[in-house]
Design a protein around this ligand. Structure first.
Ligand code: FO1
Length: 336
């Protein structure tokens, strides 16, 4: 069975670990990874979401953080600080630096990001095919109020997503999300083919705006999902009106989406309209947590078959069970 997953960072990577267990070693899983979180620091290209998938599935992840390497040290970071070279707010560890050095060296030699990612995964053996959404540079920026604008000026400025997320801890309202470069980016080699040949397409519990949304912003990818012959099933990243992790509510507000399991389903939209005709959305099925069972009727009223199952990824078996629930729903809704 060919499964394609559009994944962001921590939530997507954790889900993938369960999916791998659910489908077993013979699985054919392609992950289309978000690169909008990428940041250039110290002359290096850092790809947080690609690395989180690679490290999590390859066994190198710092488990509690969900990003960066386990047993990490920060000698280089403290030396950079000694030179007064910033930024200090983004925690790059010594082992992690090696990944960014190899990536930047290969990019400098002319290899596209997709080839670089394949080479890095050759070491980590994640057990999935990890393709960046695009080989072209796309960087998500967040529009915020200019903090030091004189009263009344209401100035605004765009900051890099990582500055909003890590330096500012998403503590200021996000007024807009701008995937810079998305409009001229092309899907990386293999992305559209994987979607066209998929037996199942999954939208995992990643951030629907800055992770899945950014992938869908690359011209051609949204249409490839909407037009795929495979059933498309999503899992809510919102449980009980709050994001499971991270600060998805901050960016959902920026795009006018209420922080609820049903609202995110409506945001993605149904592929079949409520009247059974053709919808304008992406979903054939949606999973909400048992605590949001009341939302099932609302989601189904939007024309999206919906099931309430445990969605807390507390451990591998729970995550594998929710992956199986997603695959079961995909079979249920597979259009004749
Ligand atoms: N997140 C933080 O909250 N603080 C950090 O210092 C930090 C450093 C970091 C370094 C490498 C990397 O790949 C990810 C890192 N992240 C950090 C996480 C990152 O902001 C998020 O993983 C994604 O961008 C959101 O999915």
């Amino acid at each position: 069975m060919r499964i394609v997953v559009l994944a962001g960072g921590i939530g997507g990577a954790r889900f993938l670990r369960g999916l791998k267990q659910a489908v077993g070693p013979g699985a054919d899983i392609t992950v289309i990874g978000n690169t909008g979180d990428d940041i250039h620091l110290f002359g290096l290209k850092v790809c947080p979401d690609l690395d989180t998938v690679m490290y999590t599935l390859g066994g190198g992840i710092h488990e509690e953080q969900g990003w960066g390497r386990s047993e990490e040290t920060y000698a280089v970071k403290s030396e950079l600080k000694a030179y007064g070279v910033g930024p200090e707010w983004f925690g790059l560890g010594d082992k992690d630096f090696a990944t960014h050095i190899v990536r930047t060296q290969m990019l400098g030699a002319g290899y596209p990001l997709s080839a670089v990612t394949e080479a890095l995964c050759d070491r980590w053996q994640p057990g999935v095919r990890l393709i960046p959404m695009s080989d072209d540079r796309v960087e998500t920026h967040v529009l915020i109020e200019e903090p030091d604008a004189e009263a009344g000026q209401g100035g605004r400025k765009a900051v890099h997503f990582q500055e909003f997320w890590v330096k500012l801890h998403a503590s200021v309202p996000a007024l807009g999300i701008i995937p810079v470069g998305a409009e001229t980016a092309k899907p990386a080699p293999g992305v559209l083919e994987a979607l066209a040949q998929a037996d199942v397409i999954i939208l995992p519990p990643s951030n629907p705006v800055v992770s899945v949304g950014t992938i869908l912003a690359v011209p051609g990818i949204r249409a490839a999902v909407a037009g795929a012959s495979a059933p498309v099933v999503g899992l809510s990243p919102i449980i009980g009106g709050a994001p499971v992790r991270g600060m998805a509510d901050k960016v959902l507000a920026a795009v006018g989406v209420e922080t609820s399991a049903a609202a995110v389903a409506r945001h993605y939209g149904g592929r079949a309209a409520a009247d059974g005709g053709r919808g304008t959305g992406l979903l054939d099925g949606w999973l909400v947590d048992e605590s949001d069972a009341a939302a099932v009727a609302e989601v189904e009223a939007a024309g999206i078959p919906c099931r309430a199952v445990p969605l807390w990824m507390t451990d591998l078996d729970t995550t594998a069970a929710m992956a199986r629930a997603a695959l079961a729903l995909a079979e249920e809704v597979r259009r004749a």
